[in-house]
Design a protein around this ligand. Structure first.
Ligand code: ATR
Length: 286
């Protein structure tokens, strides 16, 4: 009997150019797995129907991206503990018609920070810019890894406050601030890690030539980690380099979250080197 092709899709809206389909397909091909990884562009009114469709036996699962990482939760049958805590899902696994939600962004964030940034967050002071889905994964990762303090600065203060209150039980000192506050300057002067979790600086966006932090506020003593992966040299990272700070881009997190998802779908270790190579090539071509 001919083996049946299996499918995985990435669910999002107004996706533009995605890198995940390139490096995930390359990974399945490298392992000789008969899997097609597709873009499943989904309008908001269709989200529930598309999620239901993942239950078909030919589907292994899905990735979820902007703007649905929180919206998909009510349509799933079960949630991994970490995804439940973070309140966001980026990976769905179809286990015998049961849809299980995971968050591999958190694992990708930490693995990149440790392996590619050479940074151990335990006992360290961090400043986070942003309070959306990416910020939630980063913030939970840092507090669960034993971070000493976490300052969350967001354009919309209420969103930073909501995240701060969800993080309270973990024992890390948490502060929620607006962008222009004096306390932010103080936090930046003493932090060990600055993470940009906003979309500012992303290629093809309205803010592609902007940095989420003015050059004079960049903490030169810290590691500056930008979760934006396109372009590789974001305005924030270029300014941080000029200021003499160490820098880490978002590509490693992208690949590691994808590798963790790959393992959940297939039970096999992902071919990381191939994924990196294809992701870099895909970015260059854009
Ligand atoms: P993601 O899942 O990528 O985190 P998101 O949940 O939409 O996407 O969050 C985007 C983040 O970028 C938010 O922190 C957002 O700030 P608001 O909460 O105030 O909306 C931030 N952001 C987006 N555009 C921004 C801009 N032009 N200036 C400052 N912050 C911006």
């Amino acid at each position: 009997m001919r083996p049946i092709t299996k499918y995985i899709g990435i669910i999002g809206y107004q996706l533009g150019h995605l890198i995940s389909p390139l490096f995930q397909q390359a990974a399945f091909d490298a392992l000789g797995l008969d899997v097609r990884y597709e873009s499943w562009e989904t309008e908001p009114a269709q989200l529930q129907r598309v999620i239901q469709g993942i239950r078909q036996p030919s589907n292994l699962g899905a990735n979820v991206t902007v703007p649905y990482k929180e919206a998909v939760l009510p349509f799933l049958d079960g949630l991994d503990e970490l995804a439940r805590e973070i309140g966001a899902v980026n990976t769905i696994v179809n286990r015998e018609k049961q849809l299980l939600g995971y968050n591999t962004d958190a694992e990708g964030f930490l693995r990149a920070l440790r392996q590619d940034g050479g940074f151990e967050p335990e006992g360290k002071r961090a400043v986070l810019l942003g309070a959306g889905g990416a910020a939630r994964a980063a913030a939970f990762s840092l507090v669960k890894a034993g971070g000493r303090s976490l300052v969350i600065s967001n354009r919309t203060l209420e969103r930073a406050q909501a995240l701060a209150s969800d993080l309270e039980p973990y024992g890390t000192e948490i502060y929620a601030l607006t962008r222009g506050s004096e306390q932010l300057n103080e936090a930046l002067a003493t932090c060990d890690l600055l993470v940009n979790c906003t979309s500012v600086g992303m290629k093809h966006s309205a803010t592609e030539d902007q940095s989420s932090l003015p050059a004079e506020m960049i903490p030169r003593q810290a590691l500056v980690y930008d979760l934006v992966y396109n372009p590789v040299g974001t305005p924030l990272l270029m300014a941080a380099k000029r200021a003499g700070a160490r820098v880490l881009g978002g590509l490693a997190m992208l690949v590691y979250q994808g590798a963790a998802a790959f393992q959940l779908w297939t039970g096999e270790a992902a071919p990381i080197d191939i994924m990196f190579k294809v992701a870099r090539k895909g970015l260059k071509a854009q």
